[in-house]
Design a protein around this ligand. Sequence first.
Ligand code: A3P
Length: 337
Amino acid sequence: MGSSPDESMMNSGDFGTLEDENDREEFINKLLTLPSRNDWNFPEPLYQYQGFWNFSPYIIGLMLAQKRFQAQPNDIILCSHPKTGPTWLKALAFANVTRSQYDDSTSPLLTKSPHDVVPFIELDAAQGVDNRDLKVPLAATHGPFNSLPTSFRTLGCKIVYICRDPKDAFMSLWHFMTKQIWFPLLSITFEDAFEMFCEGVLVHGPYWEHVLEYWRASLESPEMVLFFKYEDLKTNTSFHVKRLADFMGFAFTPEEEKQGAVDKIIELCSLETLSSLEVNRNGKQRENSMFECRNGLFFRKGKVGDWKSAMTPEMGARLDRIVELKLSGSGLTLSAN
Ligand code: A3P
């Protein structure tokens, strides 16, 4: 039985005020039946919902999305575990699907964060579809495949998933966490956080289960689920940007390719371009909620193998072994180096 969730945290999300009191009561009651753990020494525990750990505001947001989010038939949903590259994926997907409306000098990506041009269903679901720009058929989630709102599946919406070497994902997550306004509330060291990652008890964890759900779905239904690795996108960006465009139904014409449309999108969405923009230097996400953060935090090094800057070779080898074992028989490998 879970311990009681902290009331101030449960109200701290940006998913609306849960005006529907019946939903609110139903979700809280459900939450209280979930397994919980507080190894992170946070004011409230992590709860395990549908196989994955998270804080109550996120889980309630996901429950709300599962109950209320109504997908459109042409929606494309961009899915990821945090810190595996969704900022880049959102920018690339948005630039792709809007390229007949905007070019690299008029794109909303010049004045808005990639996170502000694609709705995040767990945190925006309370607003329903009415507030969405339906000309942009994109939505995003950190939710696991088996927890997606059923309308995505019944409508056969396309899904794009991005993942990354777990060692780099952990490093990126650690840097991101330490810059959060709530981080001082945690009493956890880098080594302890690594232990929790290896155990799978972290926000959206276990990481490998998240990846596996989408991997299996991509094998079963390749026409529905496109599976990316961040490292592949870095190594052969042009090939994968075209692959993304083809899959989404926005293939580049030979004429567009000749005129450099692919390269322009790559340049607009590069770490260098996006991180230098005013909105991404000084703008903020979800102010006055526990999800508040500076847009700049989404852009750091973007380096494959950055785990070596803080993890020992032993830590890296240990995490590799754990993940290898978890993925064995799946045909998937995640260790990039
Ligand atoms: P690092 O922390 O390793 O630098 P997320 O999108 O899940 O928040 O992931 C953030 C990671 O993607 C960060 O990795 C960040 O630097 C990198 N990233 C963000 N925007 C990028 C872009 N346009 N191109 C390549 N990498 C990007």
